[in-house]
Design a protein around this ligand. Structure first.
Ligand SMILES: [Zn+2]
Length: 63
C-alpha cells in the first residue's frame, strides 16, 4: 500500500467514524432518512467509500 492509498484510506475511515458518530445520536439518520446536518456527512463517507473501493479494485486488492 503506497502513501496515496494510505491518505485515502485514512480519510475514508475518518468519514466512516463521523458518519457513525452522527447516526448514533440522530433518530432521523437511524431511520435511513438523512437529516440536513447528517446528509453531507453521510455523502462524504459514501463518496470516499466509492473512491476507495474503485481504487482497491483497479489495483487488484480486496476493498
Ligand atoms: Zn442526522
Amino acid at each position: 500500500m503506497n502513501n496515496r492509498n494510505d491518505a485515502l484510506f485514512i480519510a475514508y475511515m475518518r468519514a466512516f467514524e463521523e458518519s457513525s458518530k452522527h447516526t448514533a445520536v440522530c433518530v432521523e439518520c437511524q431511520d435511513g432518512d438523512a437529516c440536513a446536518e447528517g446528509d453531507p456527512i453521510h455523502a462524504e463517507f459514501h463518496g470516499l467509500q466509492d473512491a476507495w473501493t474503485k481504487k482497491a479494485r483497479v489495483e487488484g486488492k480486496k476493498p
